[in-house]
Design a binder for this molecule. Structure first.
Ligand SMILES: [Mg+2]
Length: 128
């Protein structure tokens, strides 16, 4: 099964790095959002398996967006992305319903593993 992923980050460079990481993998990037409001809209439209969610963004933070998404899509897996200096935000992201987090700057290996683990946990929870 291909993993449907939405990337959320206000920094174009980070989105580009992520696109490259997922190119030629079984992970399909079905949408890219530039802030929390945008993320909610795109997730509603694309219904992905996994969301990679930046925390610090204009308009609506990743924490607020994650909470709103989890409320409507309890089974969706959201991975929070933060820089080391935002580590205090990680606990809030997990409390908001994120299943995991990765710290920027990240390696391709770490991001791929996090997305694959998140997708695998969906099947496990569904008993497939
Ligand atoms: Mg940001």
């Amino acid at each position: 099964m291909g993993i449907r992923l939405v990337i959320v980050d206000d920094a174009p460079f980070i989105r580009e790095v992520l696109r490259h990481i997922f190119a030629k993998t079984e992970i399909e990037v079905v949408g890219e959002a530039v802030d929390g409001e945008d993320a909610i809209e795109i997730v509603n439209r694309e219904n992905p398996h996994v969301v990679l969610m930046d925390i610090v963004m204009p308009r609506k933070s990743g924490i607020e967006a994650a909470a709103a998404i989890i409320k409507d899509f309890p089974a969706m897996k959201i991975i929070a992305c933060s820089t080391v200096d935002q580590n205090s935000m990680v606990m809030r992201a997990l409390e908001a319903g994120c299943c995991n987090y990765v710290t920027k700057p990240f390696t391709a290996e770490v991001v791929l593993k996090a997305v694959r683990n998140a997708a695998a946990s969906i099947s496990k929870e569904a008993g497939i």
